[in-house]
Write a protein that binds this ligand. Structure first.
Ligand code: SF4
Length: 454
């Protein structure tokens, strides 16, 4: 199995895209380190505790989901279950058709789960007008693009790209000033919130003990999307639960510090249900759609720990491959190290297992992961699984190496001839040898050493 698709994408990437991704990623890595260092006396203990809690959630997932359903229902939150993307979209469309006119605006807050199910296409296909209200997601939408990072959707763009898009869409005069660009988007999106009949969000956490939905954000668009429209729908993976609100401070600090280098996000919303009779505002209906879409299968398998993920994006920022190729190279809504495991775990290695090779296995992703997901180990297991399934072609240099190492005669001959072979760069393949130097053997061979020892 090789990485031709990721590699080909990287080779064709414009220099300024690589610069944007590298610059933004490096800034996030630096701010993550300083913020988490200040926020926790012992970050290792905090990560270990977070991993333990998420494992407990996975062990008790069925019971916690039922507990959430009972508590949320008591709060008049309507809970739905979707086994796959089609079912999740069908539930959203049924709600929209019941409460909104054809052509109505649906205000979208940022949500990877709705990206995963392709909700915007489903809404448009049914005649509704989904409008992304997160600034980065809005730029992605007007450009007909896709997010390239799970936290920073336009990490691959710079302010010139955004300025040109806004002029093209008639949002205002050309400016590269981020504050002015934000004000242009704000003026446009305020009307969206006023006109929208339905607001759709994801959920950062769902609290089993209280039945509440937790959303974190920095722009305030989540608050508008979930309170101004008559109906709020939250779409979330079944693994997004926490047992109780006692665990929330730990996860809020880990998520903000790992994702954006903040002590806490600007807004933290705890949504307790639809508006009460004497509330001045708020939606008349609140729905939660729990999305499976392959997760129960992952839960039973060897990649179960990937479901600990809290979508902070820290593993993307630190990954040398992601920084070089950007998110689109992964051909999936989940990119970077998390995507390289989660995408094939959800969709099968035959569909997208090549992503497991898009890694140097340097281990940086595991080091920064706030819930200690052993991503490198899983990447190796995915590679092993793909090789055993006979998927993809084996890399030629390694095939040659395997032949050499599998025969005692050839191996002995190879060791004897090593000083000569070193001068032949094509011995293991020209491309392989271009960037590597065959090491010289130091001292005696292992066999000589073993003979003398015994
Ligand atoms: S795998 Fe870990 S570091 Fe990567 S997005 Fe998920 S929680 Fe964050």
């Amino acid at each position: 199995m090789s990485v031709p698709k990721v590699e080909a994408f990287a080779r064709a990437l414009r220099g300024e895209v690589v610069t944007s991704v590298r610059t933004a990623s490096a800034a996030k890595v630096a701010s993550r380190v300083s913020t988490l260092g200040e926020a926790f006396d012992d970050i290792e203990s905090a990560r270990t505790e977070a991993a333990r809690i998420k494992d407990e959630v996975l062990d008790r997932l069925r019971d916690l989901l039922l507990e959430f359903e009972a508590r949320a229902t008591a709060r008049r939150i309507q809970v739905h279950w979707a086994s796959d993307a089609a079912e999740a979209n069908r539930v959203v469309l049924e709600i929209c058709r019941r409460v909104a006119e054809p052509g109505a605006i649906v205000a979208k807050a940022k949500s990877m789960a709705t990206e995963e199910i392709g909700l915007n296409s489903a809404l448009e296909g049914a005649g509704f007008r989904p409008i992304e209200t997160d600034l980065g997601e809005y730029v992605v939408q007007i450009d007909g693009d896709h997010p390239s990072h799970i936290v920073t959707p336009i990490i691959h763009k710079n302010r010139v790209d955004v300025a040109r898009s806004f002029v093209r869409e008639g949002l205002g005069p050309y400016t590269e000033d981020p504050a002015e660009l934000t004000m242009q988007a704000r003026a446009k999106l305020r009307d969206v919130f006023r006109q929208a009949s339905v607001g759709v969000s994801g959920a950062n956490f769902l609290i089993a003990e209280t039945g509440r939905i937790v959303l974190v954000e920095n722009e305030g668009n989540n608050r508008f999307s979930t309170t101004a429209p008559r109906v709020h729908i939250a779409v979330a993976g079944i693994e997004k639960l926490l047992p109780s609100e006692r665990e929330l401070p730990l996860f809020l600090k880990l998520l903000a510090g790992s994702a954006t280098g903040q002590r806490l996000t600007t807004y933290v919303h705890l949504i307790s249900g639809p508006r009460e009779a004497n509330d001045p505002d708020g939606p008349e209906e609140v729905h939660v759609i729990f999305l499976d879409n392959g997760r129960t299968r992952v839960l039973e398998g060897r990649y179960r720990e990937i479901l600990r993920c809290i979508r902070c994006g820290a593993c993307l920022n630190v990954c040398p491959v992601y920084r070089q190729v950007s998110g689109h190279a992964y051909r999936h809504v989940y990119s970077g190290p998390i995507g390289a495991v989660l995408a094939p775990a959800l969709e099968g290695i035959d569909a997208i297992g090549d992503l497991a090779k898009a890694s140097t296995l340097c281990g940086a992703c595991e080091e920064v992961c706030p819930v200690k997901i052993p991503i490198p180990r899983m990447l190796l297991e995915l590679r092993d699984e793909a090789a055993r399934a006979g998927l993809g072609k084996r890399d030629i240099p390694w095939k040659r190496f395997a032949t050499l190492a599998g025969s005692e005669l050839l191996w002995r001959a190879g060791l004897t001839l090593l000083p000569i072979a070193r001068k032949l760069p094509s011995a293991l393949g020209r491309e392989w040898a271009q960037k590597r130097e065959m090491p010289m053997r130091e001292g005696r061979s292992f066999r000589e050493w073993w003979r003398e020892r015994s």
